[in-house]
Every structure is written in C-alpha cells, then in structure tokens.
Design a protein around this ligand. Structure first.
Ligand SMILES: Nc1ncnc2c1ncn2[C@@H]1O[C@H](COP(=O)(O)OP(=O)(O)OP(=O)(O)O)[C@@H](O)[C@H]1O
Ligand SMILES: [Mg+2]
Length: 261
C-alpha cells in the first residue's frame, strides 16, 4: 500500500508533486521556509496555526514537507472535500488516528475515545479546512482546549478557511500564527525553478521570466503543469532543450478556448 492510500498518514514526497511529475524536486521557496518555522514554533507551543491563500501556491506541499521533517510519526491528516458534519469529523479523526476496532456509536463514548488518543503528542493537519463548518471548528477547539490533550493543529486551506476562522472570535483568538501564501515574485522564480526540474537547470533566465510573465504568474502548480507538458513535448520532438516555440505549444494546452460557433 502506498503512503498516500494509508488514511491519515503524510504522503510521500513523490505524491506531493503535481501528477507525480518525474524528475521534480522540492525546492526551498520562501513559503516552505516560513511554513516550516511556523510549524516548528506551533509544535513547541502545542498551538493552532492557519496556512491559507489561493490555489496552487504550495500550501499543502509546504505543510507536508515540513511535517515529514519535524513530526514524521506523530502527524495525522484529515482532508475535506465536502462540508462534513461533526459526526463525519469524528469518523475522519478516528480513521486518521488509526484507532482500533469500530467507531463508537454514541457521541459521549466517541469523544472520550478521541480525547484519550489525543493525550499522546500529536499534530493534526486539517487540509482544505475551508470546508469545515462552524460546528466542526468548534469541535476541534473543544478537543484542543482539553487540558489533557497534547495537540498541535495546522489548518490549511483556501481563503474561506481564513475567513471562517477570523469570523469566530473564540477560534481566532486561539490561532497562534497566520501564514498567508501568495505567488512567488520573479526573483524567487528565477532562483528556484532551475533547481525544481532538470529541464530548467540550464534554461536561459529570460525564457523562465517569459514563461512566468505569460503563463505561470508565480503559481507553483502552474509551473509544475507547464513542466509536465514540456517533458512530453521534449520527448515527442526529440529536442534536448526548451525553446520559445515549445513553450508556446505548452501554453496552448493551458488556455481554455471558447468553442467555435
Ligand atoms: N516548494 C515546492 N517545490 C516543488 N514543487 C512545489 C513546491 N510547492 C508547490 N509545488 C508544486 O505545486 C503544486 C501545488 O502545490 P500545493 O498542492 O501545495 O498547492 P496548494 O496551495 O495546497 O493548492 P490548493 O489550495 O489547490 O490545495 C504541487 O503539487 C507541486 O507540484
Ligand atoms: Mg492544498
């Protein structure tokens, strides 16, 4: 079984790359370094933190890479794809924590079991936390507030997550650090992209700058997607280097065109 399929576990490094892009390396962006420092401090303080921002800028990868280094065996991940009820949340936690047996059918028993499991030191990552309702946030706060638990919580998600946490004074006041993740500026793109993938290692910086200006806009998922198309294009055309013509061909794959009438 791959690490990705083991519920609640941190994904392996390869699974963090967009479409498991072959040859891609994790690079030390400012986002990654800032998130790692925040998570380190949060674990020391057993705090709640929130890493938020728009899609594709590297939030999940930064959180996962940091925790593979800082808390590889004590991290448990829950990822939300639709709005869960508190009952769903209890079940997600049960599975993410790898608790034995069947989930209890009564809420009181369930809460006792979860609180007991959280007496051991744990880091809980709630990814895509913008899907959590106020009640779910409240439930996590209840677990975290319990003086017997030893819990660090990392909320990661789109801006809805930030807004939800900010709108609840009980939660907002408990969040130890907020980290907003934005696009990489051009100087950072020029520094990290050559190390990200071998196709960029020897590329002309002007070509990288053109690609960022015209298509990637400092968004790491866009960089990974373009790189994926380019590796296919290089193979298909027997080229050894990326040039402007190939780059424009890759862009043509990214833009959605209106259907012809
Ligand atoms: N530091 C990095 N090094 C290498 N690749 C990176 C890095 N950060 C991000 N990426 C690439 O960008 C992709 C998108 O990153 P990630 O999934 O972390 O974005 P996100 O901010 O969590 O987006 P979403 O809000 O949609 O969940 C990754 O799958 C990976 O391919
Ligand atoms: Mg993410």
């Amino acid at each position: 079984m791959s690490t990705a399929t083991r519920k609640g576990r941190l994904p392996g490094e390869r699974e963090d790359h967009y479409m498991r892009l072959k040859g891609a390396q994790i690079v030390g962006t400012r986002t990654l370094l800032a998130v790692r420092e925040d998570i380190r401090a949060a674990i020391d303080a057993r705090a709640m933190i929130c890493v938020h921002g728009t899609a594709g800028h590297g939030k999940s990868l930064a959180v996962n890479a940091s925790l593979r280094e800082l808390a590889p065996t004590t991290t448990h991940r829950v990822v939300f794809r639709a709005r869960p009820s508190t009952r769903d949340l209890r079940h997600e936690l049960f599975h993410a924590l790898g608790l034995p047996g069947r989930p209890p059918s009564h809420a009181i028993e369930f809460d006792r079991m979860l609180r007991g499991a959280l007496e051991e030191r744990r880091v809980l990552v709630c990814d895509e936390a913008q899907w959590l309702s106020k009640l779910c946030f409240e439930y996590l706060r209840y677990l975290w507030d319990d003086t017997d638990t030893d819990l660090t919580i990392v909320f990661t998600g789109g801006n809805g997550c930030f807004e939800m946490l900010q709108s609840e004074p009980m939660l907002e006041s408990r969040v130890y650090a907020w980290q907003e993740i934005g696009p990489m500026p051009l100087d950072e793109v020029l520094a990290v992209i050559p190390a990200f993938h071998p196709i960029w290692a020897e590329a002309d910086p002007d070509l990288i700058a053109t690609c960022d200006r015209e298509a990637a806009h400092g968004n790491f998922r866009a960089w990974a997607k373009i790189t994926h198309h380019l590796t296919t294009g290089l193979d298909a055309t027997d080229r050894t280097r990326v040039d402007e013509e190939l780059l424009r061909w890759a862009y043509s794959k990214l833009t959605r065109r209106a259907p012809a009438r």
